[in-house]
Design a protein. Structure first.
Lengths: 228, 297
C-alpha cells in the first residue's frame, strides 16, 4: 500500500528534510505520525500524494511506482488519496458546497450523486447550515472540517491528514476522530500527523515517530512519547 | 470526457466571469479598446484596398494603329495582340468612335472638335486590358514593338507610381493590422495573466485534489471565449453604426469613379464577424496561453 525504501528529500534550498526513511503501511492501517516541529512529518506525507518528489529512494503507493509514474497519471493517484492539508487548501472563491463537490466533479460523478454525497459529508462534519458560505466566512476550525469533508467525499483508499485537529476544540476533535475510526473500519488506510498527545494516547494505534528526518520509533498501539 | 463534464466546464467558465469581478471588466475593456482600433483600421484598409483595385482595374493600354494599315492587317494585328501572354481583352475602337468619345469627354469645349468629323485626324485604336494589372507595362512594351503600331499609351509613369504606391500601401496596412492584433493579444494575455497569477494557488489546489490539466484548462478556455465575445459587442456596435453613416455620406458626396466605399451590406456584417472571430481568438489564446505555465505543479 505505502512502501518507502531508503527515501531522502533535500529541498532546493539545501534543507534536508528526510534522511533515509523506510516504512511499510498496509491497506486498512491507522497510523499516527508524530515528532517535533520541523522533523519532516509534512514532507513524509507530501511524498505520498506526490506534492514533493524524493531526491533518492523508491516509493510505492497503491502498487504505483512513484519514480516511474507518468505526469499524466498523477491525478489518478491523487484521486485515491484524500488529503487534509495542514493549511486546508480550500478554493477561496468557491462555496463550502462547491469546494467539496470539486473532488467528485474531477472523477465525473453524476450531479445527483454529487448532491447526495456532498450533503452526506457536510452532515458528518456538522456544516450543513454553512454550505453556501465561502471559506473566508468560516472560522479556522470550520475550514478544517470542510477540508476533511473534501478529503473523504469520494471514498478514497487512503486518507492523509496533516494535523487535522490542530484548530479544533476538543469536542469537534473527538468527533473527527470518530469519523476517522468509522471510515478506517470500512478498510480505508488513515495516516495522520499530529501533535495531540491526548488523542494518540487515548485512541491507540500504530505510531511512527520522526526526528531530524529519520524514523526513530515505529510501534503498534504506541504512545505519543513526547512531553507537551 | 462525459457530456455532463462539458456542461460543468461551461457553467464553471461562466461563473468565473462573475467571480473575477473587476479583472473581468479589465480584460473585457482591453479586448474592447483593441477591437475598436482593429475594426476601424480594417474598415479603412479594406476600403483603400478596394479603391486601389478599382484604379488598377481601370488601367488599359491604348494602342494607336498605324494609319497605313488596311483592314486585313488591322485584324492580324489584333490577333497578334490577343495572343500575347497576360492579355485579357482586346477591343477595337474606330477613329470615329474615338473622336466621339473625345468630344463627349470635353463637354462644351468639345464642340470645336466637331469640325474634325469630316476629316478625322485620329487613329483607329485597340484597347487592351491585361488579366493582371501588374502586367500592363510589360504587355505595353511588347505591343509597341509590333509592326503597324504607331504608339502605345497607358499613362506611363503614372501607372508605375500607382502600382508601387498600392504595393506599399497594402504591405504597410497588413503590417499595421498584424501589429495591432499582436498588441491586442499581448495586452489581453497580460490582463488574463494577472488574474491567473492570483489564481495560480487555486490551480495548484485543484491539481492536488486530483484534477487533470484538461479539467482545469477547459473553464479557462470557456472564460477566455466569453471575454472575447463580450469584448467584441461594443466594437461591433461602433463599426455597424459608424460604417452605416460613413457609407451613406461618403458615397453621396464624393463621386470620383474610384472613390467608392464598400456597401454597408454585406461588408459591415462581414467585418463584424471578423471582429467577433478575432475577439474570440484573442480571448481564448490569451487565457489558454497564460494558464499554461501554472499547470506544471
Ligand atoms: N518547500 C520547502 N522548501 C524548503 N524547505 C522546506 C520546505 N518544506 C519544508 N522544508 C524544511 O524541511 C524541514 C521539515 O519540514 P516539515 O514541514 O516536513 O516539518 P513538520 O515535521 O511537518 O513540522 P510541523 O510539525 O511544524 O508541521 C523543515 O526544516 C523545513 O524548514
Ligand atoms: Mg507539518
Amino acid at each position: 500500500m505505502i512502501l518507502m525504501n531508503d527515501v531522502y528529500k533535500t529541498y532546493p534550498n539545501g534543507v534536508t528534510a528526510l534522511n533515509g526513511v523506510n516504512v511499510d503501511i498496509k491497506q486498512g492501517e491507522f497510523v499516527y505520525v508524530v515528532g517535533p516541529s520541523g522533523a519532516g512529518k509534512s514532507t513524509f506525507i507530501k511524498l505520498i500524494y506526490r506534492e514533493v518528489k524524493p531526491s533518492k529512494g523508491s516509493i510505492l503507493i497503491n502498487e504505483m511506482n512513484m519514480s516511474e509514474l507518468k505526469e499524466k497519471k498523477v491525478p489518478l493517484l491523487r484521486r485515491d488519496i484524500g488529503v487534509i492539508f495542514q493549511d486546508f487548501k480550500l478554493l477561496p472563491k468557491l462555496t463550502v458546497y462547491e469546494n467539496i463537490a470539486f473532488a467528485l466533479e474531477v472523477i465525473e460523478e453524476s450531479p445527483k450523486k454529487i448532491r447526495n454525497r456532498v450533503m452526506e459529508v457536510l452532515d458528518l462534519v456538522g456544516l450543513k447550515n454553512k454550505a453556501r458560505f465561502i471559506p473566508d466566512e468560516l472560522s479556522g476550525g470550520e475550514q478544517q472540517r470542510v477540508s476533511i469533508a473534501r478529503a473523504i467525499v469520494n471514498n478514497p483508499k487512503i486518507v492523509i491528514a496533516d494535523e487535522p485537529t490542530g484548530n479544533l476544540d476538543p469536542d469537534t476533535s473527538w468527533g473527527i476522530m470518530k469519523t476517522f475510526e468509522e471510515i478506517n473500519a470500512r478498510g480505508t488506510t488513515i495516516l495522520m500527523a499530529t501533535h495531540s498527545k491526548e488523542i494518540v494516547n487515548t485512541i491507540k494505534k500504530r505510531v511512527i515517530a520522526i526526528e531530524d528526518g529519520l524514523i526513530v520509533r515505529d510501534e503498534h498501539r504506541g504512545e505519543y512519547g513526547y512531553e507537551v | 470526457m462525459k457530456f455532463r463534464t462539458v456542461m460543468r466546464h461551461f457553467r464553471e467558465g461562466l461563473k468565473n466571469i462573475g467571480r473575477n469581478g473587476w479583472m473581468t471588466v479589465a480584460s473585457v475593456g482591453a479586448v474592447t479598446t483593441t477591437l475598436i482600433l482593429v475594426g476601424a483600421f480594417l474598415a479603412l484598409m479594406l476600403n483603400l484596398n478596394q479603391m486601389a483595385d478599382n484604379i488598377e482595374q481601370d488601367v488599359e493600354i491604348t494602342t494607336l494603329i498605324d494609319l497605313t494599315l488596311n483592314e486585313e492587317e488591322i485584324t492580324n494585328l489584333g490577333n497578334e495582340i490577343e495572343e500575347l501572354n497576360g492579355v485579357e481583352t482586346v477591343s477595337f475602337s474606330s477613329k470615329d468612335d474615338e473622336l466621339a468619345k473625345l468630344i463627349e469627354s470635353m463637354g462644351d469645349e468639345g464642340r470645336s472638335w466637331e469640325l474634325f468629323e469630316q476629316d478625322n485626324p485620329l487613329n483607329h485604336v485597340y484597347v487592351v486590358k491585361t488579366t493582371d494589372p501588374e502586367d500592363t507595362i510589360d504587355v505595353a512594351d511588347q505591343i509597341s514593338e509590333m509592326d503597324g503600331v504607331q504608339e502605345v499609351n497607358y499613362g506611363k509613369g503614372v501607372v508605375e507610381r500607382l502600382f508601387t504606391f498600392n504595393k506599399y500601401a497594402r504591405n504597410i496596412g497588413l503590417a499595421l493590422i498584424i501589429g495591432l492584433v499582436f498588441t491586442a493579444i499581448f495586452l489581453i494575455s497580460n490582463t488574463i495573466k494577472i488574474t491567473i497569477m492570483a489564481r495560480s494557488r487555486e490551480i495548484g489546489i485543484m491539481k492536488l485534489v486530483g484534477a487533470t490539466n484538461g479539467f482545469i484548462r477547459w473553464p479557462f478556455f470557456i472564460e477566455g471565449l466569453m471575454l472575447g465575445i463580450l469584448g467584441s459587442i461594443i466594437p461591433i456596435g461602433v463599426i455597424l453604426t459608424g460604417y452605416y453613416y460613413l457609407a451613406n455620406n461618403v458615397s453621396d458626396r464624393i463621386s470620383y469613379s474610384f472613390v467608392e466605399v464598400l456597401p454597408f451590406n454585406p461588408f459591415a456584417w462581414q467585418l463584424s464577424l471578423i471582429i467577433l472571430g478575432i475577439g474570440a481568438f484573442i480571448g481564448i489564446w490569451g487565457s489558454v496561453m497564460s494558464v499554461r505555465k501554472f499547470l506544471k505543479v
